[in-house]
Ligand binder design. Sequence first.
Ligand code: FES
Length: 161
Amino acid sequence: MRYRFLNSEIIKKIQFYRERFPLKEQVIIPALHEIQNLYRDIPEGAVEELSDYLSVPLSDIEGIVSFYDMFRHRKNAKNHIRICRNLPCHLSGYKNLLDMIKEKTGANIGKNSPDKKWYIELVECIGSCGIAPAFLINDDLYDGSKIKSEEDLEKILSRYE
Ligand code: FES
């Protein structure tokens, strides 16, 4: 298998852990941390590559990634929602907005929705503090303060169905 995400730097680190842990299963979590440190999340292809490299079933690694909240798993969701969590957006109620988005999409921070339509990421300032709490769906910017009800949000989300 040709690796796209497990580059030589990551493989060197995995080897480092392999030499220290007797079981290859013990290497999965530190290896996932290394992957996430490099890519900011765990790309889907990286899970497959890690499974191949360690000769561990794919389902074992997927189980670990979905079990631990510390891992953000990007599984090529159709739509990527980025919500700003910096101070102006925080003070303007980004948390309520986030809760509503989580409920309506079924996705969670760093996790896809079960139907793989949505992926949510918390981000730093996106340069739109004037419309806090600001969020992006793919490349489209939205003013969260204009979302007063679930219906308002549903209207926006329906554009991406
Ligand atoms: S702080 Fe949220 S867009 Fe700037």
